[in-house]
Every structure is written in structure tokens, then in C-alpha cells.
Design a protein around this ligand. Structure first.
Ligand code: NAP
Length: 504
């Protein structure tokens, strides 16, 4: 069955980004919107990543909305269930959930230039439906499409295999031989939990490391009842605490973007973390990174190194040659038998699958537009050739050191001001000018050249196939916020409402 609806704003994704857009549009009286979500709940990455040990490595006081601070976090780095419950609570209290459409996939969105609107195909439990909208807001997330490793023979594995972002809680790991491929932010949270669970049941863990990451201690702290009570009663203190955490994290920006030597104390802390967690010099050498601090995401854990040093864990650094029906074989010919294979191998980040599903002016998809040049947008939010399309968490908005929620709120502020401007000036459509977009991105890429992400001697998910960093923001987040504080119509081609034709 195919039905058709019109809304002013169609928002894709019900994670931190989509929910923030919905709440803030509602505050502006822009109540005519739909949020389309492929899963059956809000939460995005915090709904999906339920692996053992999942927690945020940015303190919760900061990794939460500024307009919905939470005095009840249990600890500085709250676990995934608490973050998910927080998002659910904010969504329920916001009074916007009646406009969320769950279990519904965004199939395709195309700009209809004659009607000056987006025409979107959604597929849900009741079949296909078309929604037209003035704006299309993409809050689908940058880390939402799990990437499976291209390893010879992996499809022939007969045991249980799953991605870290799609944990199979039905698998009983007791006494099993488990392998984890990857040593990124997800893996270092999973490994200590698995090691302990397997140790108590006579199981074994192999960790396959391709590149040793930098891991600094995680200064986790459980909040006491008194502390929580004070934070609940004194919102000003909550705000002050949050601000303190924000500035402490912002201190990493110069080390990443200007001079890596500033990070010397953090490097020392990482070296001490290895020394504390591992006694064996050979294992210490294996986990010592060979690239500059910050080139890949800096990880935080107190328990990762001790887990690698445990008797029931083997850290394998020989490259994987193939996977067989019941084993992983490394290039040195050693075969290690396994029952369960966990791939913690990251996400599609520089080639967003959603780019294939969005068609702009002239019938070009976003993927066509970005094919040769790589992902690029104006202010990380809008793209030439795609009128009234707004990304929340778009190209070059990512952070390696602080809360993405800060970036999300900055982009939503820009979206709100764009909509206000369209209303007040009578624009049917706004599209960033190509010269403004080029200037914006040339500046970013010029700055990118001297960042540790480019010069630090590593390969990371920050870089695309041409070696361009199209994911991270190379300045302070306060600069990002300032630059997106107000919509700037001078940087846009605008179409007056009276030129809007009726769709055929
Ligand atoms: P990731 O950082 O991309 O790490 C993937 C790991 O898999 C890397 O160690 C990589 O090795 C390895 N790998 C990939 N393909 C492989 C192959 N074919 N053979 C062997 N090894 C392979 O992914 P992630 O750990 O899921 O983290 C992604 C991002 O999610 C993080 O950077 C972070 O932004 C976010 N995250 C955040 C938190 C948090 O606490 N806030 C927690 C988890 C994730 P190489 O290093 O050699 O490429």
C-alpha cells in the first residue's frame, strides 16, 4: 500500500541528533514534523551498541543535552543502559514522540525542484509511503553502519559471528574460545568484560590487534548519594561542573590541531598505563603505539591492559591470513580454534551509505557529488545542489576529544535559524553557494594538513580513500558554535516562495 503525506520537516534518525532537532523545532512552534527511525526505539548508537562494557568515554555530565542536564548519572562515565534510559526519558518528556515513526526505513529522498520540496519514500510495517516535506534533516549518525572486515574465508565460519554494534546476547559464552578482531574504542571496552566472563567459566580469549592504540587511564568515579543530591538541588553547580569538564576536554584541541608535543603529559600517562597493567616486556612492546598520540582516537581504560595480560588471553599481532570454519589462521601459519568471533572493526564513516539514497538537483545523488572530491558540506550542514537539506553530524563535524552533543546542539541552532530566516524572508528554498562551500572546505583542508590526524603516521577512519580528513573538525568546538550561531543567507542561493510551482 502506498500513501502520501506532507509535513514541513522530515527528520531521519531518532538518536541524539534527530531527537534534539525535534525538540528544538517544537520549541519554535515548528510542530509539523515527522521523525523516521528504522528501529523500534529512540537512542541511535546508544540503542544499538549493547556490547558488554559499553559506556561513553566522554563524561556523562557533558555527554548529555545542555537543556536536559541530569543530576542522576551514577558515575562520570555512565554505562550504555543509563545513557539509553536518559535519551528515552528526554524523548518521553519532550512531548514529541507522537510524531516519531518507528520500524520504518528511509528508502530514498529526492528534491522536487518544481514543487520546491523533498519527496521521500519510507518503508514501514504497513508498506511503502511517500512523504513530501519542505526540509529534509539527516540525523542518521556517522557511526551507524557497521563495517565487517574483508577477510578471506570469513563467510565460511561455522560458529557464532557478530559485530560489536550488533551484539548477540543469545550466545552463551561460558567456557568458549572467543576471538575479538580490532582494538578500537569498542574493542577495548569489550575485551576486559569478556576476559573476566571467560576466566570464570574456563574459556579463552584471543585479541587480534592490527595497530596498537593509545590508551590513557579512565578516571572513572561513582557519584555518592550526597553528591547527586547536591547536583539535583543546585542546577547552577551542575552547569558549572559541566562547563569545567568541557574546558578540560577542549585543552586537547591545540595538541591535535597545532602541536602534538603539547600532549606529552597524556603520552606519559598512557605509557604509565601500560607499565601498570602489563608486566611482561614482550607484551608491553606489542601494545606500545607506533604513531603520534591523537592520530587515531585516544582511548580510555584502566582494565584493558590487565585483561590482555591475563592468563586466559592471547594478544595476536601477526596479520590475519584467513578465517576457516572453526579457526583464525595468521600469516605465520598458526591456526587458533574459536567458537565465537566478535568483529569490533568499526563503521562506514567516509562513504556514508545514506549518500546513495539522497538525490538533489539534476538527478545527482550525494554519493555522485562526493565520489571524486570526498564528503564535503557548508558548515558541515548543507550541500550545494541539495536545497533545504540539513545534516546534523555532517562532514567535518566529528570530535575525537569531546562531546558530540555539543556539536549536535550547535547544528540544530543553525537549522532553527535557517528555518526562521526562510519564514521571515519568504524563501521556499535555500542552497549553499558553491564558492562559499569551497572557501569553507579549502580552509578546513588547509588546517587539516598540520593536524596530528594527517601528520601523525597512522591510518584511521577519519581519513577517506584519498587520505583527506572529511570527518573531523580541526578547530575548537567554541569556534564551531560561533560560526553556526546564525544562519548566513549571503552564503546561499535562495528561491522566493512566490516562485514555488505546484507539483505535477
Ligand atoms: P574503530 O575505531 O574503527 O576500530 C576498528 C578496529 O578494528 C581497529 O583496531 C582496526 O585496526 C580493526 N580492524 C578493522 N578492520 C580490520 C581487519 N580487516 N583486520 C584486522 N583488524 C581490523 O571502531 P570502533 O572501535 O567501533 O570505534 C569507532 C568509533 O566509535 C570510535 O572511534 C568512537 O568515535 C566511537 N566509539 C565511542 C565510544 C565511546 O565511549 N564514546 C565507544 C565505542 C566507539 P586498525 O587500527 O589497524 O585500523
Amino acid at each position: 500500500m502506498s500513501t502520501s503525506t506532507h509535513v514541513e520537516h522530515l527528520i531521519i534518525g531518532a538518536g541524539f541528533a534527530g531527537l534534539c532537532a525535534a525538540i528544538k523545532l517544537q520549541e519554535d512552534g515548528e510542530t509539523d514534523f515527522l521523525v523516521v527511525e528504522k528501529a523500534s526505539d529512540v537512542g541511535g548508537t546508544w540503542r544499538d551498541n549493547t556490547y558488554p562494557g559499553a559506556a561513553c568515554d566522554v563524561p556523562s555530565q557533558l555527554y548529555s543535552y545542555s537543556f536536559a542536564t541530569n543530576p542522576d548519572w551514577s558515575s562520570s562515565y555512565s554505562p550504555q543502559p543509563e545513557i539509553q534510559a536518559y535519551i528515552q526519558r528526554v524523548a518521553e518528556r519532550s512531548g514529541t514522540l507522537d510524531r516519531f515513526v518507528f520500524d520504518t526505513r528511509f528508502e530514498h529522498g529526492a528534491w522536487d525542484d518544481a514543487a520546491q520540496q523533498w519527496r521521500t519514500r519510507l518503508v514501514g510495517p504497513e508498506g511503502e509511503r511517500t512523504v513530501t516535506s519542505t526540509t529534509l534533516v539527516v540525523g542518521a549518525g556517522a557511526l551507524s553502519e557497521p563495517k565487517l572486515p574483508a577477510i578471506d574465508g570469513i563467510e565460511t565460519f561455522q560458529g557464532q559471528l557478530f559485530h560489536s554494534a550488533d551484539w548477540d546476547h543469545g550466545v552463551d559464552l561460558s567456557g568458549k574460545r572467543v576471538a575479538v578482531i580490532g582494538t578500537g574504542a569498542s574493542a577495548i571496552q569489550i575485551v576486559p568484560e569478556l576476559q573476566q566472563a571467560l576466566e570464570s567459566t574456563g574459556g579463552h580469549l584471543d585479541v587480534y590487534q592490527r595497530t596498537a592504540p593509545w590508551v590513557i587511564p579512565r578516571n572513572d568515579r561513582t557519584y555518592g548519594a550526597l553528591e547527586r543530591r547536591v547536583l539535583r538541588r543546585v542546577p547552577a553547580l551542575r552547569k558549572l561542573y559541566r562547563t569545567g569538564i568541557y574546558w578540560a576536554h577542549e585543552g586537547y584541541v591545540p595538541a591535535f590541531t597545532i602541536e602534538p608535543r603539547i600532549a606529552a603529559p597524556a603520552k606519559k600517562a598512557a605509557a604509565a598505563n601500560i607499565a601498570k597493567g602489563i608486566k611482561d616486556p614482550e607484551l608491553r612492546a606489542k601494545v606500545t603505539p607506533h604513531f603520534e598520540f591523537g592520530c587515531k582516537r585516544v582511548l580510555r581504560s584502566n582494565t584493558y591492559y590487565p585483561a590482555l595480560a591475563a592468563d586466559n588471553t592471547e594478544l595476536v599481532t601477526d596479520p590475519i591470513a584467513k578465517v576457516t570454519g572453526d579457526a583464525i589462521v595468521t600469516a605465520d601459519g598458526v591456526e587458533r580454534r574459536i567458537d565465537v568471533l566478535v568483529v569490533a572493526t568499526g563503521f562506514y564513516t567516509t562513504e556514508l551509505p545514506i549518500a546513495e539514497q539522497i538525490t538533489g538537483l539534476g538527478g545527482h545523488t550525494l554519493a555522485d557529488t562526493w565520489r571524486d572530491s570526498g564528503m564535503a558540506a557548508y558548515k558541515g550542514t548543507t550541500v550545494p545542489g541539495f536545497p533545504n537539506l540539513f545534516f546534523i553530524v555532517g562532514p567535518n563535524t566529528g570530535q575525537g576529544h569531546t562531546s558530540m552533543v555539543f556539536i549536535i546542539e550547535s547544528q540544530v541552532a543553525y537549522l532553527r535559524d535557517a528555518i526562521r530566516t526562510m519564514r521571515s524572508r519568504g524563501y521556499a528554498a535555500v542552497e549553499p553557494r558553491r564558492d562559499a562551500t569551497r572557501t569553507w572546505n579549502d580552509d578546513l583542508q588547509r588546517r587539516m594538513k598540520r593536524t596530528v590526524w594527517t601528520t601523525g603516521g597512522c591510518q584511521s577512519w577519519y581519513l577517506d580513500e584519498h587520505g583527506r580528513n572529511t570527518t573531523l573538525w580541526p578547530k575548537s568546538t567554541i569556534t564551531f558554535r560561533r560560526q553556526l550561531a546564525a544562519f548566513d543567507p549571503d552564503a546561499y542561493e535562495t528561491t522566493p516562495s512566490n516562485r514555488k510551482a505546484v507539483s505535477a
